[in-house]
Design a protein around this ligand. Structure first.
Ligand code: E4P
Length: 209
């Protein structure tokens, strides 16, 4: 189980690393666009401070360009960079081609059949968008459970990294549904240790002291 920060803001990464329980960092093109700086420089900086895997999503227009882009970003820090590759049949072939050399995550996975082919292609991670799947398909956690069952059926070592989590409760539900890891925005990561009743209990004990 690993808790990842979904952000490319260096200050947030630094703050989250200081918690001491962060597994690594995930980014996506939207998150990269919100961060200041040039993508390679951002990934280089995150790799320098993250304790573990740093996910970069390839964006180039053609599959050959995505492979070149992926190899370039992997070269920034081969011990940390994981390539996020959006789930399409063309990209599953890309994963099959490079996953022997480079750890790959099939991302934006919305079905069991995409999970199946991602596993067979050698993806180390499969990434469901839990909240988006709830909004678009009805039940993001049901999707996570289906994906977990498919991974088990293939006998492969792929791990489910649940993304698009919008609340602490959704994070719990994704884990109970079978997610191996979670990636969370900063506010949700920071909220995991809190509960209003814990605050009330602390206040009560404070009054007693
Ligand atoms: C993961 O990196 C995903 O891109 C991200 O968690 C999507 O989250 P959103 O649905 O909140 O944009």
């Amino acid at each position: 189980m690993g808790l990842f920060l979904d952000s490319a803001k260096i200050e947030e990464v630094r703050q989250a690393v200081e918690f001491g329980f962060l597994a690594g960092v995930t980014t996506n093109p939207t998150i990269m666009a919100k961060a200041k700086g040039e993508p390679k420089d951002i990934i280089r900086q995150i790799c320098a401070i993250a304790p573990g895997p740093v996910f970069y999503q390839v964006t180039a227009k053609t599959v050959a360009e995505r492979e070149r882009e992926g190899r370039e970003f992997f070269g920034i820090s081969p011990e940390k960079v994981v390539l996020k590759i959006p789930a399409t049949s063309e990209n599953m072939a890309l994963i099959a081609r490079i996953s022997g050399d480079i750890p790959c995550a099939a991302t934006a996975v919305y079905s069991g059949h995409q999970t199946l082919v991602a596993c067979e292609a050698g993806a180390r991670y499969v990434i469901p968008y839990v909240n988006r799947a709830t909004r678009l398909l009805g039940d993001g956690c049901k999707l996570v459970a289906e994906m977990a069952a498919v991974v088990r059926a293939t006998g492969k070592q792929a791990e489910i990294l649940a993304a698009s989590i919008r609340s602490a409760d959704e994070a719990t539900q994704a884990v109970l549904a079978g997610a191996n890891h979670l990636t969370l925005p900063m506010d949700i990561l920071m909220s995991l240790g809190n509960h209003p009743l814990s605050d009330a209990a602390i206040e009560e004990f404070g009054r007693a002291g």
